[in-house]
Design a protein around this ligand. Structure first.
Ligand code: RM4
Ligand code: MN
Ligand code: MN
Length: 424
């Protein structure tokens, strides 16, 4: 299903008057509105191929109707999102859930939908049908060399798929670890993992990067072999200049200061980018900004500060991706909300008065620093984000458009009510 630009224009003219009022007001309050709008237009967030169907919890999966049944349909779903918000122009593939059968056709479809291929994700946390050896006791860390070899080969295979598609990065997330004290020799598990990662690293094309994602717990509940940013950074430093640490917002212990982690990883030039989501407890994979929007703003505040300090291009020098999916929302509406939350936090971070904030920090003026951040956070920038979407050709109110035009009903008509997307 494709959206007709005329429908978007119609929607925009229906809501234009209200938008204009809000935008004029926002603009009158914001000195650098035009610069922020341009940055928003340039910014894009990749959508994971596994978030287009309702995600399962460990207990059940309640599939929605009209889910994409294959990679082409997943790309079409992302094409819909991108047509509506102009900020979702990339897809991140998980292998083997989404192995392209015909590279040329998939690339053509990506071009038609205006999508790029973001980082490729490998999967050694599940056993696949017909797989020779099991990952029950880990993959790259496994005490059995043949199992490590199988997992290494899988990652190399993923790189090959990515090369065909024009991706430039591999994300490795490992569920490796242990569930009980004594189960694992921590040092040996680390060394096996490092050795395996070295082999994967050696298979990277020269213009590729590898992102080492960490996670505090689950599915292993006593130790994770890449359990926090310190461990990930150890691997990344030992591997070399093409290796970076990937931050997934849900992969920390409760109350971790993620914005500080981000600032230091950037300082070390080792931040790969993000898997955005939100959580109350652990790896909840909830909609970005749904639980802790202030934290998201503080993270973007550090990102903008750190990227500017190093002269990085906000839109292209780090990897921006959503990693969220769950049971109770229409996945496309959920993703629209997530992208909106990211754009809003980014816009707010761009609004922070850095000169004043630096001054407050230098003078130990704690009150002024808090005032600056909280005044910015409480400034309503939604009209600016909408204006950026409008200028880029998207819809002023993507969710209203989606509902009014009954997009999900159209997808169900096209695909049926019982399709199930591959993924978790
Ligand atoms: C993991 C992790 C990975 C993702 C899988 C599906 O918890 O976040 O990034 O690939 O889930
Ligand atoms: Mn993730
Ligand atoms: Mn996760």
């Amino acid at each position: 299903m494709r959206i007709d630009k005329k429908q978007i224009d119609q929607h925009n003219s229906d809501v234009q008057k209200t938008h204009q009022k809000r935008f004029d007001f926002a603009k009158s309050e914001i000195p650098n509105a035009e610069a922020i709008i341009q940055k928003l237009i340039d910014f894009n967030v990749a959508i994971p191929s596994w978030a287009l169907g309702t995600g399962g919890t460990r207990f059940a999966r309640f599939s929605g109707a009209g889910e994409p049944g294959n990679l082409e349909q997943k790309m079409e779903d992302i094409g819909l999102l991108h047509a509506l918000n102009n900020s979702s122009g990339a897809i991140s593939l998980h292998i083997p859930w989404d192995i392209p059968s015909d590279y040329a056709a998939i690339k053509q479809l990506a071009t038609d939908l205006n999508l790029k291929f973001d980082a490729m994700n490998s999967n050694t946390f599940q056993d696949q049908k017909d797989q020779a050896l099991s990952y029950k006791f880990g993959s790259l860390q496994n005490t059995n060399k043949a199992i490590r070899r199988q997992a290494i080969e899988h990652n190399i295979e993923v790189i090959k798929h990515g090369v065909e598609l024009g991706s430039k990065a591999l994300t490795v997330w490992l569920s490796d670890g242990s569930c009980f004290p004594g189960q694992l020799n921590f040092r040996k598990a680390f060394q096996n993992t490092l050795e395996s990662l070295h082999e994967i690293y050696a298979a990277l094309p020269s213009d590729w990067k590898v992102f080492v994602e960490y996670k505090a717990f689950e599915p292993n509940f006593y130790s994770m072999t890449v359990g926090d940013w310190g461990q990930s950074l150890l691997y990344a430093n030992k591997l070399g200049p093409k290796a970076f640490t990937l931050v997934d917002l849900g992969h920390h212990l409760p109350n971790a200061n993620i914005e500080q982690i981000v600032a230091l990883l950037m300082m070390e030039e080792k931040l790969a980018g993000f898997h955005f989501n939100d959580s109350k407890y652990g790896d909840d994979d909830l909609t970005v900004g749904s639980i802790k929007p202030y934290q998201l703003f503080l993270i973007f505040n550090e990102l903008v500060e750190g990227m500017d300090a190093r002269g990085l291009n906000h839109a292209t020098d780090l990897g921006w991706m959503i990693d969220a999916s769950h049971n109770v929302k229409d996945p496309l509406e959920d993703l629209l909300q997530s992208v909106e939350a990211i754009m809003l936090s980014y816009a707010q971070a761009l609004l922070v008065d850095r000169t004043q904030l630096n001054k407050a920090q230098e003078n130990n003026d704690v009150v002024a620093a808090q005032e600056i951040l909280q005044n910015t956070f409480r400034t309503d920038l939604r009209a600016l984000v909408a204006e950026a979407r409008l200028r880029a050709g998207g819809a002023l109110d993507p969710i209203a458009f989606y509902r009014f035009n009954k997009i999900r009903a159209g997808l169900i008509k096209e695909r049926g009510a019982n399709t199930i997307a591959t993924g978790l």
